[in-house]
Structure formats: C-alpha cells, structure tokens
Design a protein around this ligand. Structure first.
Ligand SMILES: Cc1cc2nc3c(=O)[nH]c(=O)nc-3n(C[C@H](O)[C@H](O)[C@H](O)COP(=O)(O)OP(=O)(O)OC[C@H]3O[C@@H](n4cnc5c(N)ncnc54)[C@H](O)[C@@H]3O)c2cc1C
Length: 474
C-alpha cells in the first residue's frame, strides 16, 4: 500500500500519470468506465463500412514535447506523420465573382531560410488573399502579442479591434489559426490562450507549427502497443470499470466502484473531465474553490464530417479551408496505413455551435458544397457514404479569465491529485495539455513520497531572435 496509486480516467492525463509512476516503481491501478483507453481521443466502428474511424481527427504539433515523450516512452511515436508543409486554400469570395469560375488557389506554408520568429514570413508573404498592408498589420500585432506581460481581461476579438485589426485579417488569419487550435470563436477566446498558440506554435521555434497526424485510427494508436507497455510495467488497467465515488476521511481511503468494490491505494488521481468530477467527490467533504470553479467551466463542440467517395478528388493529404463552413480537410485514405472502402476524407469543424444545430444531412450538404467549390473534379465523384460526428463537450472553452478558474493538480487533501486537460497547465484542451496535467500530478505524488523530480519535458528551445521579441512572463 505504501507506493500504490489509483488513477480514475484512462485518457491521456491518466495514462501519462500511470506511465510516469509505473516507471518509478509505483503499483498503478488505472480505471476507466469506457471499453477502451484514450478517453476523448477515440474511434468507433462505422457500421456501414465496417471501418474503425475516429470520433474526430486528432493532430499533435511540433511544440507538443510532453505528448511526444508519452508516445516515445510507450512506443507509439512511429504512428505519426509530420507535415513539413501546410496547404491553405484561399477564401471563396476571391473567386466566386469571376466569370471563369477558376478553383481557388492553394498557398503552401513551410519554413524559409530565416530564423524563428521569421521562419514562416517568406511563405506567408506569398499568401495573396491577405494584402501587403494587412500582412504588415498582422506582423505588428503578433509582435505586440508576444511582448504582452499582463493579461488583458477583454476577449481576443476585442483586443484585436483595439490593435487596429480589420475584418479581413480577423477572418483570414486570426480566426483560421485560433478556431482550429482552441475550438472557440475569437469573441470567446482569452487573450493569453491566443498568445500561447502563437508563441509556442509559431514564434519560438522553427518546428513548433509542424502538424503531426496519426497514421492509424486512435483506437489503434492507444491500442495494443500501449496496453503491452502497461502490462509489461505491471499496471493493473481495467476498462468498463466506473468509479462511483472516492471515500474521504482526513485523506482519501479508497475509490468505490459502481459494483461496490473498494480499490485502495496510498495516492489517488482523478483524471476525469471537469463535468464528471462532482459525482466522484462526496458532498461537503471538500471545500476547495476548485470544486466550485468547475461549475463555471463551459464546453465547446467539435464536429467532423466523414465522407467516402468512389475515388479520390485530390491527392493532398490535408488542406486548411479559409473563410468556409468546413475548416480542415484530412484525406484519411492517403494518410492512413489502414485500408478504406473507396477514398475516405474527414472534414473538421471546430467551435461547431452552428453545425451542431443542423441536421446531419444539412452538415453534409454544406461540406459537399465547399468540397465541390474547392475541388471541382469532386463533382464527378460518387459519394458512397457519409456521416457526421458531433462532440458537444469536446473541449473546455478558453473564455476570458479561464486560467484563474483552473485548479492546480494538488488538492488540499495531500493524497488526492486532479489531472485532465482542464486543470492548470497553461495549455488549452489538447493531448499535450492532458499529458502535462498527468505528469504534474505524478510529480506531486512523488513529492509527497519525499522524491523531488521534474517530469515535465522541456519546451522546444526558443530561438535567439525569438528571445528578443517574446516577453518573458511569470
Ligand atoms: C472532437 C475532438 C477533437 C479533438 N481534436 C484534438 C486535436 O486535434 N489535438 C489535440 O491535441 N486534442 C484534441 N482534442 C482534445 C483532446 O482529445 C483532449 O484534450 C484530451 O484527450 C483530454 O484528455 P484527458 O485525459 O484530460 O480527458 P479524457 O480523454 O476525457 O479522459 C477522461 C477519462 O475519464 C473516464 N471517466 C470519467 N468518469 C469516470 C468514472 N467515474 N470512472 C472511471 N472513468 C471515468 C472517461 O471515460 C475518460 O476516458 C479533441 C477532442 C475532441 C473531443
């Protein structure tokens, strides 16, 4: 019992805590109510095609150093493909008026010869859907954002207006980057969260922005290789095992399962989403602010349209669609190591409040309209099958002031830790944020056992020139 940790939640937060502590000779029990590991990053079998498909495309980025550590440690890093170039499709209003109806142009984004933070300037300069003066204003505002030292209380949209950004720059630049990174609209984004995306992803290091796409469905990614690692490190991981509540006196005594079984341990980590926390904690036992604060968290939805055509309409592995209902296209049959029936594409719509109110067929029609406009050759391809998946509670909303509500992993009860993408990590709801939270919780467990070790991985190094531009913050 002296070094035994019970972790509730087998998403990336719980998994990373389990991996870190199992490596340090803790006896780990990992419990999840679902039939699979990976939590929100999951797949299911599409009945019509019989294929294992993701609830939604999940991607990582070069700046996600802790998620990288997790994948390397358990041996799943080989299941990712790094995109060295991103393809941006110009907005529709630039082509719709033209008589020849030429398809919109694609603008690549890739590293140029200059050091960070100017590494993308060469490519971005050629993105003609932004005028030269808009580009200059964006660059100046990015510099102001990087130099910020205190947290403005206004929304990022309001902040951008104050900095003189116009509607075109909002729609074609700020919105494009942030809506997919944070799954929120600019009027609901905290300035600091936006800053985090631009600094870590685009300004500090030449490799931060590179998108890493899994080449297998998420259930395979967090499947046999991971479970073999857990087995070989004697982690007792149990699926379809729901924890009803924790038993607390002066400390947590046990986690009570729905079937009445008590699981005991020296330490406990609750690695569940914020909206599942209250049911686990007995009323009145814990008076910390974090328990009240979770009631103020809001969720943001993400929708994905899955489309199978009789043949491919583009060989591009992905595309970022600017100014359209559809935001990112992933050509899964070109990316994936697994076979698909026909050409399988996935279109992701983040901050999907509008899409979540539509019927499935309406979503498919709007996505198809975008695809037909961008890739006219798709009109002659037959759509064999389609479906829409909407995750209403995909991520927590990064509304202004959110960081003040996010709890530390250590609670006032010494042997109880919180973990999860929504806890205090400085990161938005991502696989990286979840892994960070798990490692922070594991660090606290070690500290409570008299061992001081920093488990968080270093960020990518900040380039020399970037150090001059980016203000150091506390
Ligand atoms: C549609 C969608 C798209 C996304 N796209 C991306 C992306 O491209 N890139 C990215 O980095 N992130 C993305 N995310 C976010 C990412 O999936 C999450 O931030 C991350 O997976 C959260 O991990 P977690 O461990 O904190 O929580 P979760 O994954 O939610 O894990 C919590 C686990 O706790 C379990 N649980 C809850 N209550 C109990 C209980 N009482 N007993 C036992 N188990 C319990 C749940 O079953 C769950 O498995 C996306 C999320 C969604 C939904």
């Amino acid at each position: 019992m002296s070094r035994s940790v019970v972790i509730v939640g087998g998403g990336l937060a719980g998994l990373s805590a389990a991996v870190a502590l199992a490596e340090r000779d803790f006896r780990v029990t990992l419990l999840d109510s679902r039939p699979r590991l990976g939590g929100r990053a999951s797949s299911f079998v599409d009945q019509s095609t019989g294929e294992l498909i993701d609830n939604c495309q999940h991607v990582s980025m070069g700046c996600c150093t802790n998620f990288d550590w997790f994948c390397r440690t358990v041996g799943i890093d080989e299941f990712f493909q790094t995109e060295e170039q991103l393809e941006f499709i110009e907005p529709p209003d630039l082509t719709s008026g033209s008589e020849t109806m030429t398809p919109p142009r694609s603008f690549p984004l890739h590293n140029g010869p200059l050091p960070a933070p100017l590494h993308l300037a060469n490519a971005l300069r050629k993105h003609h859907y932004l005028s030269f003066s808009d580009q200059l204003r964006i660059a100046t505002t990015l510099r102001t954002l990087a130099r910020l030292q205190s947290r403005p209380s206004v929304s990022f949209a309001q902040w951008l207006v104050e900095k003189g950004q116009n509607a075109v720059a909002m729609d074609r630049f700020w919105d494009v980057v942030l809506v997919s990174a944070l799954s929120e609209t600019l009027d609901r984004i905290d300035v600091w969260s936006a800053r985090k995306v631009f600094i870590d992803g685009f300004m500090a290091n030449r490799d931060g922005w590179k998108v890493k796409v899994p080449t297998v469905p998420l259930d395979q990614l967090y499947g046999s290789v991971l479970s073999e690692w857990l087995d070989s490190h004697r982690v007792d991981w149990r699926l379809k095992t729901q924890v009803a509540q924790i038993d607390v006196t002066d400390k947590v005594q046990s986690a009570r399962l729905r079937n009445g079984e008590d699981i005991q341990g020296s330490d406990f980590i609750l690695a569940v989403p914020f909206h599942r926390l209250r049911e686990l904690v007995p009323d009145g036992v814990i008076k910390d602010d974090w328990l009240r604060n979770v009631d103020q968290f809001e969720s943001a939805p993400i929708a994905s349209a899955h489309l199978w055509f009789d043949r491919p309409f583009t060989e591009k592995r992905h595309a970022v669609l600017i100014g359209r209902f559809s935001q990112w296209m992933f050509h899964r049959s070109a990316i994936s190591r697994t076979e698909s029936k026909g050409a399988y594409y996935q279109v992701v719509i983040s901050a999907a409040r509008e899409a979540s109110k539509l019927r499935q067929q309406e979503v498919i029609e709007r996505v198809l309209a975008d695809i037909h406009e961008v890739w006219p050759e798709s009109r002659s391809c037959e759509l064999i099958h389609s479906r829409v998946v909407t995750e209403h509670r995909a991520v927590f909303s990064v509304v202004p002031g959110i960081d003040a509500l996010r709890p530390q992993q250590q609670t006032s009860i010494q042997n109880l830790q919180l973990a999860g993408d929504w806890t205090q990590t400085g990161w938005p709801a991502t696989m990286e944020g979840a892994v960070r939270s798990g490692l922070l919780a594991a660090e606290n467990v070690l500290r409570n056992h008299g061992e001081s070790e920093s488990l968080l991985q270093p960020d990518l190094p900040t380039a020399l020139l970037s150090k001059l531009v980016i203000a150091r913050t506390v």
